[in-house]
Design a binder for this molecule. Sequence first.
Ligand code: COA
Ligand code: ZN
Length: 312
Amino acid sequence: MIETAYIREVGLRDGLQMVKTILPTAHKLAFARAAAEAGIPEIEATSFVPPHVIPQFADAAEVAVGLADLRTAAVSTLVVNLKGAVRAFDAGQSKVNYVVSASETHSLSNARRSTDAALEEFRLIVAERRARGLKATVSLCCGIATAFGCTLQGEVPEDRVVEIAETLARDGADELMAADTVGYANPRQVGHLFGRIAAATGGLPLAAHFHDTRGLGLANVVAALEAGVRRFDASIGGLGGCPFAPGASGNINTEDCAHLLEALGFDTGIDIDALIALRRKVESWLPGERFSGGVSRAGLPRTFHRAAARAA
Ligand code: COA
Ligand code: ZN
């Protein structure tokens, strides 16, 4: 039987958080709807951070509410503290992605609190979900940022990342994600860390979030696949980066990632030509931004067939 791999489109969140041009809400909604139409199964549509910190997300509630009727893709949002989670719950989000930095220095820079304080904040979010009676309907995914190293701190001990993953799993995370926020990871490290996280967290779904800063993004996807990971964050056109981690650059590119997964025999459900059409539209909305990617430049190989078509 053909296996499925899931891409979560993060262009509307990670992609836009460094972009100075404020994309109008209507364009954000059109972006999400077109991504869903192209077969993307999950869209991280916005971020409930304070508008004075990232003005791009001042319309977070409008975006969340504007996508409430989308049935063909799951819509999720990023939060960095309890207040963000409260805003996301108020906006009716059914999936909330919280993030903790494994690097103490990045945690202080990004969320103005230590890693342990961020883990405590997660417990408050889980308690808030319980108090609202939302445990069965709202899932909490927890991302571990700077899991493979940090531009501010340097080394991030693997033991610490595994300990954080165990803590989050015990405290109520429904899904865990390890993020290479600054593009330091290599395939060997990826295989090793995900192997340890999987062993420590007992079957919880695992996701990977890679940045292609040094050209290893898709090699890291292959290593994560080999370690059993089936969920990947990616951004159309490879937009993205963390404004609180110097030197961070774009996410792995959604079109290229979908091509890779399909070529390796995983069904992504994605129509890559439709994604490329969306990318062209997003490029026209954001003149002056740097877009990356091979498939949109060279086209799909003539020999390319979707994994599901080959299996049929
Ligand atoms: N949404 C809206 N407003 C918020 C908020 C949220 N999620 N969190 C805090 N605020 C408001 C508070 O109400 C307070 O407002 P006031 O000054 O009018 O009273 C103000 O922001 C400061 O709140 P405080 O709790 O002291 O926050 P802080 O200054 O310690 O900053 C974060 C903490 C988490 C809000 C901040 O570091 C942040 O937004 N980081 C986001 C980083 C990010 O998006 N990174 C990229 C993705 S990982
Ligand atoms: Zn990122």
